[in-house]
Design a protein around this ligand. Structure first.
Ligand code: UDP
Length: 474
């Protein structure tokens, strides 16, 4: 039966990228997939779609429908249609107002196109009610993993007090400790808008998760045992990308694939460290300076991605560019890096990551161990998963969870060097960590292959959608 699904991603790369991947996975299974987004976001998506649609095996090309962003009505500056445009990567009340105002034009699209289901990001709290109005299922996508869902649930049931003491999160399959300052605001200061998002999730048909069963089975089993919520684990979604799509993903890269690959080809296997703080992560000048010191001292070749920093003379140590970049030891990418292309190159042996979930999963899928450096949101939870549950990472020692770079404690160059040397070193534990990372890569690839756990979850979900459509008598 012919299925038509609408995909409504939240307007930030970390949410849009995996949802476009998801639309691609569905399209690969014969679903008519339509992405709904706002005008200024089209150029971020179109190149990926053009490449995906060049695949002759797709029975329907992936389409885009465009909504006009209510800048004026919501009080947002013109052109600020994606968190990429913000100085601090925080969702402001005005941005949320704009997201809520998209409901009316989205309803009009539903009236005209009558899709069989909606996959909408968790930020669209109104999507579940709207789907009900049209008698179709709404699936939630939140861009995170089930471990975070379980940890957030456990923390929200505790009476938490501000304190410097690390504490255990009770009732979980693994024991780990966390501090108050590492907790995101949605735990320390939950507000009404969070409650609304939770309600939208609870009244949805179910949740799609970019993860795979073998990665977090204890946590998936726990959720499935303890609630009625329907969950489908359909990742790693980045593995849906063909080679040439990897370079176009998310944004226009600030370096050509050829230049990047030529540089990587000149390095020994597993010798290069890749340093990136996601699509939104920024560092203070002081922090950038410490990273430069740490990378130079650690003596491993590196690719370092830097966003929105001032003149290099303000943050790079004196003559760093001649000594380090000029000598070919380091490659500085200022802007957007072709991350998937880099992580999957055989020269890359370590990843310093801010622990956004996509980055963690892309590191896992590439079999690359990580130095974890969480900055904001649920990233400190992801650090626990990577370091303490999966044991494929080393924590650099970040202590403060904040969207504002000035509020985070500076990590010194020595601490960075120590973590990097341990990760890239030849010690026994480094070897075991690499082996574990290699095993996870295998499991990730098996999960999305025909008959794998994620492949089967997609099949089950699509069967469900087909049955629902049939039961509506269409
Ligand atoms: N990304 C990229 N190039 C960059 C920065 C980020 O391709 O220079 C991609 C990365 O591969 C990932 C996404 O952007 O798919 C970032 O998502 P993540 O969840 O890791 O972090 P966020 O940006 O949401 O904090």
């Amino acid at each position: 039966m012919d299925l038509h699904i609408f995909f409504l991603p939240f307007l930030a790369p970390g949410h849009m990228i995996p949802m476009i991947d998801l639309a691609r996975v569905f399209a690969g299974r014969g679903v008519r997939s339509t992405i709904v987004t706002t005008t200024a976001n089209v150029p971020l998506i179109q190149p990926t779609l053009d490449l995906a649609n060049a695949d002759d095996s797709l029975s329907h090309p992936i389409q885009i429908l465009v909504l006009s962003f209510p800048s004026f009505e919501s009080g947002m500056p013109l052109g600020h249609e994606n968190l990429l445009a913000f100085n601090d990567p925080e969702v402001t009340p005005e941005f949320m107002t704009a997201i809520n105002m998209l409901e009316a034009p989205f309803r009009q699209l539903l009236q005209v196109h009558r899709p069989d289901g909606i996959v909408a990001d968790i930020f669209y709290a109104w999507a579940s009610d709207l789907a009900k109005e049209f008698g179709i299922p709404r699936l939630v996508f939140h861009g995170s993993n089930t471990f975070c869902t379980v940890v957030s649930g456990a923390l929200s049931r505790l009476k938490l007090h501000e304190s410097e003491q690390a504490f255990d999160v009770p009732g979980l399959p693994h024991r780990f400790q966390i501090t108050w300052s590492q907790l995101p605001e949605f735990i320390t200061k939950p507000d009404d808008s969070m409650k609304r998002l939770g309600d939208g999730y609870r009244t949805s048909y179910g949740m799609l998760v970019n993860s795979f069963y073998e990665l977090e089975s204890d946590y998936i089993d726990l959720v499935k045992k303890g609630s009625e919520t329907k969950l489908w684990h359909v990742g790693p979604l980045s593995l849906s990308q063909q080679a040439e799509e990897k370079a176009a993903r998310g944004n226009a890269a600030s370096i050509s694939s050829d230049d990047c690959l030529t540089w990587l080809d000149s390095k020994k296997p597993r010798s290069v460290l890749y340093v990136c703080f996601g699509s939104l992560g920024q560092c203070t000048t002081r922090q950038l300076h410490e990273i430069a010191l740490g990378l130079e001292a650690s003596d491993h070749p590196f690719i370092w991605v830097v966003r929105n920093a001032g003149e290099p003379s303000e943050w790079l140590p004196e003559r760093f560019e001649e000594r380090v970049i000029g000598e070919g030891k380091g490659l500085l990418i200022r802007g957007w890096a072709p991350q998937l292309l880099i992580l999957n190159h055989e020269a890359v042996g370590g990843f310093v990551t801010h622990c956004g979930w996509n980055s963690c999963l892309e590191g896992v899928s590439a079999g690359v161990p990580m130095v974890t450096w969480p900055l904001f949101a649920e990233q400190f939870f992801n650090e626990k998963l990577v370091v303490e549950v999966l044991r494929v990472g080393i924590a650099v020692g970040a202590t403060v969870c904040s969207h504002h770079k000035e509020k985070r404690a500076v990590v010194k160059g020595e601490a960075i060097k120590k973590a990097v040397d341990e990760l890239m070193g030849s010690g026994e534990e480094a070897g075991s960590r690499r082996k574990r990372a290699g095993k996870l890569k295998e499991l990730a690839n098996e999960a999305v292959a025909e008959g794998g756990s994620s492949h089967m979850d997609v099949s089950c979900l699509l069967d469900d959608m087909v049955n629902l459509k049939a039961s509506r008598g269409i």
